[in-house]
Design a protein around this ligand. Structure first.
Ligand SMILES: *Cc1c(COP(=O)(O)O)cnc(C)c1O
Length: 433
């Protein structure tokens, strides 16, 4: 990373800024107390032991000198570059900011059309919705609940500018046909890989196949950077340096400033320049990510084992459609367990099952649902009935067939509790109870 001229004050007697000098050992203790919570005598004693050890640091340590985007961000990006096989990794405040960057590259304006999956989280569409684009909903593949490429192609018009595949739960969208369609119609592909960090599609890392990819390290995702954070990547050759400038208002730190004027310039987009926002992450976020990247494979493996175990239990009832485990070259990240039922065989639909699961104490997580039914979307002039009619598979699968179960480091007891609850509930449904 080029030196940040605001701190690089050379031989001046009075540096421009000293950053982090107002933190001390007491504050570090608060951070420890927050990250490693506990109570009771044993905990208090252990904590006091830590304090006794670190309080001496007050006298002999120096502050970090940089708290926002700096060396640690660069190191985290380097680790991501190696892991994802790219040179463009750009650490941002969150994945929503990464998606925004891809959208801005596409030079979207009001009235342009963007094809998004019928089912995803609202973050996927926040930017096009905010500037008055027309969202066009692609129906889903019932097996994965991801965007169906065949329906994408049907919905392309002369106003289409971008396609946004979302790897829901960390299971790959069928990207080859999406990329073919994008090439044929000259469209920008922005992969929402919020759940997909480390997953693959035909040997390539999810997020690195489209023109842009965005990964989330929000606290509920597989790995986190202390609660918030995202990495954006681009497959456009050389675009990584533009993304670094797009992260912070278009400022360029690479050359010394002339005439005391900041070097600020627009970012190059597909059809013309655009103006950058501010999405700078902190060094602490980067530290949090660095610590977790190394564990990502292990974390995915543990989640796979949990998914395999649920499959082995749930396959006992043929009304239950278990999670697809992928193949050798198309590997999921197992962010969530996709539980589906065949309503005809189960003697009822997923609404009934969800009700029963909730009664049995199985987490009923807020659902990924049809976007066009969110008030923020329908109020922007979307005809909800027409959108629903254009996504019949989504309607059927959402209301009748699917729900998600969690897969994070669950204990055997927790997995058994979920499996028992699902099996008992489906049995009750089959017996008409
Ligand atoms: C979490 C999530 C996002 C947004 O990630 P942030 O890092 O919170 O901005 C985007 N898309 C999907 C599908 C998500 O689940």
């Amino acid at each position: 990373m080029p030196t940040d001229f605001r701190y690089n004050t050379g031989d001046t007697a009075v540096p421009w800024a000293a950053v982090g000098e107002n933190y001390n050992a007491n504050d570090v203790m608060e951070v420890i107390r927050f990250l490693m919570q506990g109570e009771g005598k044993e905990y208090d004693e252990a904590l006091k032991g830590v304090y006794d050890k670190i309080k001496d640091l007050d006298k002999i340590s120096t502050p970090p000198g940089k708290l926002t985007t700096g060396r640690l961000v660069e190191e985290a990006e380097q680790l991501c570059n190696e892991y994802l096989n790219t040179d463009s990794s750009t650490f941002l405040t969150n994945a929503t900011a990464g998606l925004e960057l891809g959208y801005k590259y596409a030079n979207l304006k009001a009235g342009d059309e963007v094809i998004v999956p019928a089912i995803t989280f609202v973050a996927t569409i926040a930017y096009p919705l905010s500037i008055g684009c027309k969202l066009v909903f692609a129906d889903i593949d019932p097996k994965t609940i991801n965007m169906d490429p065949k329906d994408v192609e049907k919905k392309i018009t002369s106003k289409t500018k971008a396609i946004v595949p979302v790897h829901i739960g960390g299971y790959a969208v069928d990207m080859d046909p999406i990329m073919e369609i994008a090439k044929k119609y000259d469209l920008v592909v922005i992969e929402d890989a919020a759940h997909g960090f480390g997953g693959t599609y035909k040997g390539k890392k999810l997020g690195t196949i489209g023109h842009f990819g965005s990964y989330s390290f929000h606290e509920v995702k597989n790995i986190t950077s202390f609660g918030e954070g995202g990495i954006a990547v681009s497959s456009i050759p050389g675009y990584g340096s533009e993304m670094k400038r797009a992260r912070f208002l278009g400022l360029d730190f690479s050359a010394p400033i002339k005439n005391w004027l900041y070097n600020v310039s627009p970012i190059s987009g597909k059809e013309g320049p655009f103006i950058a926002g501010n999405h700078s992450p902190t060094e602490i976020q980067a530290l949090g990510l660095k610590l977790q990247i190394a564990r990502n494979e292990e974390i995915i493996k543990a989640r796979r084992v949990a998914a395999e175990y649920l499959n082995s239990r749930l396959s006992a009832n043929d009304a239950i459609i278990t999670q697809d485990l992928g193949t050798d070259d198309t590997k999921p990240t197992f962010h969530l367990y996709l539980l589906q039922i065949d309503p005809a065989k189960a003697g009822g639909d997923i609404q009934v099952l969800k009700q029963k699961l909730e009664e049995k104490g199985v987490t009923n997580i807020p659902h990924f649902g049809p976007l066009y039914r969110f008030k923020a979307v329908s109020d922007m002039g979307i005809d909800v009935d027409a959108a629903a009619a254009s996504c019949p598979v989504c309607e059927e699968v959402f209301y009748k067939r699917f729900t998600h179960l969690p897969l994070y480091g669950l204990t055997k007891e927790q997995l058994d509790h979920m499996a028992n609850a699902v099996l008992e509930s489906v049995k009750e449904m089959q017996e008409g109870k």
